[in-house]
Ligand binder design. Structure first.
Ligand code: PMM
Length: 285
């Protein structure tokens, strides 16, 4: 059950366990926390809170990827993320910027971001991979098939695990060809992006197959709809704000399955979870 210990991404923290990435969505409409951290001061305070709670890194995003979401303009996205990235970075928080736009990635790294988290794996903006190569920072390459307005129509697979693995491999090869160093790449199955709940569970249950790509693996399950469906009672989906225990359970299993990092909204529960997984794995060796 226990895959080899989490590998490292150059330039990011290296605790002796799976990393915990806390999420700050500076958006009016993200499904998990939309609108709550939309004002810069609130987003900054939340980022500091997540760091204080033990987050190894804090992911700042200005574009909602909820199914059906409309995209903000580049200017709007920059205005959302830059003040937050720069303030958190100045205060010692390790920040990744969650963006599909090269221009936003470049400006965010100039403002202090230490990594780029592109949910499109460099597919949405033809300039992204070369830009990240030029910045010489880590890139999270997520599996993605299209923007939020169209993605659920693309949730068809011959076999989800091998299809996602092959598509991720192609994106990693594109990243390497663009000049991104291999020690700067992490991969992500993109739970919920052009995927049904069934697909998400299949991917979680086969993280080992994704580890075969040979890159650190990040898992972003926190508060997603498939958890709400699992925990539904009397036909009522479990509300977003009551999915953190299950999210932490997934963090435990992901860490035990060899994940390098989990991307979560509630940091304390997942930090405890990955500590348990790490201690358990040590006892098993
Ligand atoms: N999910 C969301 C946004 N960004 N980034 C990565 N690397 N992996 C994810 O699974 C992911 C992501 C959407 O969820 P949110 O609205 O809670 O941020």
């Amino acid at each position: 059950m226990y895959a080899s210990p989490a590998s490292y991404v150059a330039g990011l923290p290296r605790p002796d366990r799976c990393l915990v990435m806390g999420v700050v969505n500076v958006t009016p409409d993200s499904f998990s926390d939309g609108g709550v951290w939309f004002e810069p001061a609130a987003a900054i305070a939340h980022g500091l809170f997540l760091q204080g709670a033990g987050a190894d890194l804090v992911d700042v995003g200005g574009e909602s990827t909820r199914p059906g979401a409309e995209r903000p303009s580049v200017r709007e996205e920059l205005d959302r993320v830059l003040p937050v990235v720069s303030s958190l970075s100045r205060q010692g928080v390790v920040v990744s910027v969650d963006t599909m736009r090269a221009e936003v990635a470049v400006e965010a790294v100039r403002a202090g971001a230490r990594a780029v988290n592109d949910v499109s794996g460099g597919s949405a903006d033809a300039a992204m991979l070369a830009a990240v190569a030029g910045l010489d920072v880590p890139l999270i390459v997520m599996h993605w098939r299209g923007h939020s307005t169209t993605m659920q129509a693309k949730a068809t697979y011959t076999e989800v695990v091998s299809d996602v693995r092959a598509e991720l491999r192609a994106r990693v090869e594109a990243a390497l060809a663009a000049g991104i160093r291999s020690e700067h790449i992490a991969v992500d199955p993109g739970l919920g992006f052009a995927k049904t709940g069934e697909h998400n569970w299949g991917l979680l249950a086969h993280l080992g197959s994704l580890l075969e790509l040979g890159f650190p693996l990040i898992v972003g399950a926190s508060r997603k709809a498939f958890i709400g469906t699992l925990l539904a009672e009397d036909g009522q989906t479990r509300p977003v704000d009551a999915r953190d225990h299950a999210s932490a359970a997934i963090s435990t299993l992901a860490a035990a399955g060899g994940a390098w990092c989990v991307r979560v909204h509630d940091v304390p529960s997942s930090l405890d979870a990955v500590k348990v997984a790490s201690r358990w794995a040590r006892a098993a060796t």
